[in-house]
Design a protein around this ligand. Structure first.
Ligand code: AHM
Ligand code: MG
Length: 334
């Protein structure tokens, strides 16, 4: 089998016209992203040996305690992407406002990221990840938070890196989803999954069941039916998985199908869900749709949501199309 590394793959993409085609600046951006995530991976791998586990003693804009590794990963990405010369500005879960790259405001791309998703899993040695979304720089001038407020369907690239038993990068430029596995010795990502596809049907769901009492009626009904198994209206048994790292849960859905849900609930009407639209829901929805799946906020397509705030939250229901559409229909008839 011939070995295709990330650079080979990106070079082929530069020769494509239209769908899935990329320019030289995108190659530089993705190479920098991959290289930084390789270093983040090395830090995670060392864990307590590097003295970087535990809290950083600070809070992010959403009032969540930051872990040391959240801060380290964020700083690494900010620094390396700023040096590419192709990024005009960045926005991150860990920054209140966007970070324009001084002197590069006319460069072609904006990048949003969640530097280390699944923070609650960092200290317990369970899979975590980096999620990123790339937008075109609309302004070629001043970079402000508003420059980033573009609907998800305008993304030009999206991906994540999952730090699990293997470190893998999963990527789309709008023409299918490709997976790469990190070869630590060779210090490079190698293409290991081409045109990843999510099956239309599934027998596996992912939701935090401890929130059940807070869910709205359509979600209650949907999950109740799954739990009834073979003797219920669905006529088959369903299995449940919840890793509590979106990256790892979505990676499983991309690998073997499934439905992933983090719905808004009745606890706080001002909070439409837990997950963040711009750097969690949008990139994951782009990947899921490119793999033949569906992604909605239980009412509308996530990629069509017009963002109003860098850190806005949204409900997320994504994965195997027939299940996601069923959840949608339960909301429409409620
Ligand atoms: P984080 O960005 O602070 O890590 O939060 C996002 C994570 C997702 O990865 C995951 O799906 C969800 O929060 C888990 O939430 P819960 O702890 O409520 O199950
Ligand atoms: Mg996150």
């Amino acid at each position: 089998m011939t070995r295709t590394n990330l650079s080979d793959f990106l070079n082929v993409c530069t020769t494509k016209q239209g769908k899935g085609g990329i320019d030289a600046a995108m190659v530089v951006l993705i190479e920098a992203m991959a290289d930084t995530c390789r270093h983040i991976s090395a830090n995670i791998h060392k864990g307590a040996l590097a003295g970087i586990l535990g809290s950083a003693g600070t809070e992010n804009v959403q009032g969540e305690t930051q872990k040391q590794l959240d801060v380290i990963a964020n700083d690494m990405l900010l620094e390396s992407l700023a040096q590419t010369g192709v990024v005009a500005g960045m926005a991150s879960e860990e920054l209140d406002d966007c970070s324009p790259v001084r002197g590069c405001e006319d460069r072609p791309y904006l990048v949003l990221f969640d530097p280390l998703d699944g923070s609650s899993n960092i200290d317990v040695n369970v899979s975590i990840g980096t999620i990123f979304s790339v937008l075109q720089n609309p302004e070629n001038g001043l970079i402000t938070n508003e420059s980033f407020l573009q609907a998800g369907h305008t993304q030009v690239a999206a991906g994540y890196v999952v730090y699990g038993p293997q470190t893998q990068m999963v990527l789309t430029f709008g023409d299918g989803v490709y997976g790469f596995t990190l070869d630590r010795e060779a210090a490079e990502f190698v293409l290991t999954a081409e045109r990843m596809q999510i099956s239309e049907d599934t027998k596996e769901f992912a939701i935090n069941m401890s929130n059940q009492r807070h869910w709205y009626a359509p979600v209650q009904k949907y999950i109740e039916e799954l739990l009834m198994g073979k003797t219920g209206p669905r006529g088959k048994d369903f299995n449940m998985r919840w890793i509590a790292s979106m990256v790892a849960d979505v990676h499983r859905v991309l690998t073997r199908g499934g439905i992933f849900m983090y719905p808004k609930d009745q606890r706080d009407p001002s909070k439409p869900g837990k997950l963040r639209l711009m750097y969690e829901a949008n990139p994951m929805s782009f990947l899921v749709e490119q793999a033949g799946g569906t992604a909605c906020d239980a009412e509308t397509r996530i990629l069509d949501i017009e963002p109003l705030d860098l850190h806005q939250r949204c409900s997320v229901v994504l994965g195997s199309a027939n299940e996601v559409n069923r959840v949608l229909s339960y909301h429409q008839t409620a």
